[in-house]
Each structure stands twice: as structure tokens, then as C-alpha cells.
Design a protein around this ligand. Sequence first.
Ligand SMILES: [Zn+2]
Length: 118
Amino acid sequence: MDKKTYDLLMEQGAAGTNLAADAFDELAAFAKAKRLRRPDPAWRLAEPADAAEPNARRGVNKGKTCSAEGCGKDAYCKGRCAAHYASDRRLDPAEREKAREASRRSYAKRKSSAEAAK
Ligand SMILES: [Zn+2]
């Protein structure tokens, strides 16, 4: 993965194209390593249900399906698929505040470590 591929995949995700699970994982790892904007989990295409080991890397949600009505995708977190989990987080004010708080903490941490490095 290079920056060009990262930009391309991020563009595709933002445009509403779902990314293959392994491409998404690679993209997320790259973003983490380079401290770039992380891709939205909702962009990750669920692995096909007939894959050899569905939910292999998922713990508590292993073998469960999304609890949203009419959605049969594999559960990703809190009994929801990636898309419903992401949308729950966007809509829940408490979750939104939690995410903002985490972002503030992370910013303060980066800022202080950048100043310490000077
Ligand atoms: Zn769902």
C-alpha cells in the first residue's frame, strides 16, 4: 500500500463504494501506521457468508447476524453489522460525545508529544 493507493481507496469509500474486506483491512492498517484519516468501517464489504471461516477474527459476535430489522449481515460489533454499528454511533448523541472526547484526548496527546520533541 502506498499513499496513492490510500488516496484512491479513501476516495472510493467516500463516494459510497464498498471495499473488499482485505483491501479495507490493509487500508485501515496503512492509515493507522501513517496516522492518516481512518476509513469508515461501513465501507468494509462483509465477507461472503460461505467463506471458509466467517467471522474468524471476530470474538463475541462470532456466528451472529445483525440485529437490525431486515439486515442479514454478519454482526461486527454490539450485535450489529459494520454499517448499522457505524450508523448507530453517528446517531447516538452519547456515542458522538464519546468519539469527540477521544478525539480531543488524542489531539492533546499528539500535541504534547510534538512539543516535547522540539
Ligand atoms: Zn445491519
